[in-house]
Write a protein that binds this ligand. Structure first.
Ligand code: PGA
Length: 254
């Protein structure tokens, strides 16, 4: 069964104050929801343990990035082993900011996915086209290639730990969201690519990200192939994040 996930990517934002003010509130509000949503908070790595201790069992915690290596002389890096050790269940991989600002490639993404698979952690693998690529009619081709290359090393039970987040680069932090129809069409196409790769495509959760807010989440989540959201800006405001969690329709499977 596909998991219904709302994940909050804090990016390089937050503080001990935000952790204290937001996590307890989200926990108590989300605990009373019966729509089956899994809320995930993904703070900067320094705050993972604090979030984890306030989050309880009802909220999962993740990291925004992991290293391509297991351990060793890689100053500044955080490993999948450490993420697991600190109680994380999720990690983002290949966020467009990592691709654009830190030169991550599909090969890097594949290495990071392999690290996460070796620890049994869930990888939220981010894919998405730029505005120029969309305008050139290449969106599907670009996203398909990112999925194929980033997930090339996954097989067998590993697929159970894969979540794909479609985040059109032009929609991130811009206030522009893909229409529900366009997002659904891309999600359908991603599912087809996964099927072609031999993955149990109908079981894999596909999240939409890019300016998801309290007022557009319900329409996106109502689409049959959109199983949740990856939320940036709105995840820093406790009430907004909770509203997005509430926007998930009830029901066993989308
Ligand atoms: P946004 O960010 O919701 O602020 O657009 C989404 C993301 O980058 O994951």
């Amino acid at each position: 069964m596909r998991r219904k996930i709302v994940a909050g990517n804090w990016k390089m934002n937050g503080s001990t104050d935000l952790v204290e003010n937001l996590v307890g509130y989200v926990r108590s509000e989300v605990s009373s929801l019966d729509n089956g949503v899994e809320a995930v908070i993904i703070p900067p790595a320094l705050y993972v343990r604090d979030v984890k201790s306030l989050a309880g069992d009802r909220i999962s915690v993740g990291v925004q990035n992991v290293a391509c290596w297991e351990s060793g002389a890689y100053t500044g890096e955080v490993s999948a082993v450490m993420a697991k050790d600190c109680g994380c269940h999720y990690a983002l991989v290949g966020h467009s900011e990592r691709r654009q600002l830190f030169a991550e490639t599909d090969a890097t993404v594949a290495d990071k996915v392999a690290q996460l698979m070796s620890q049994g952690l869930n990888a939220i693998v981010c894919v998405g086209e730029t505005l120029a690529e969309r305008e050139a009619g290449q969106a599907e081709e670009i996203v398909s290639a990112q999925v194929r290359k980033g997930l090339a090393g996954v097989s067998g039970d590993g697929w159970q730990n894969i979540v794909v987040a479609y985040e059109p680069v032009w929609a991130i932090g811009t206030g522009k969201t893909a229409t529900s129809d366009d997002a659904q069409a891309m999600h359908r196409s991603i599912r087809k690519v996964l099927e072609d790769m031999g993955a149990p495509a109908e079981e894999i959760s596909l999240l939409y990200g890019g300016s998801v807010k309290a007022d557009n989440a319900a329409a996106l989540f109502a689409e049959p192939d959109i199983d949740g959201g990856l939320i940036g800006g709105a995840s820093l405001v406790a009430k907004d994040f909770v509203s997005i969690c509430q926007a998930m329709p009830a029901g066993s499977e989308s």
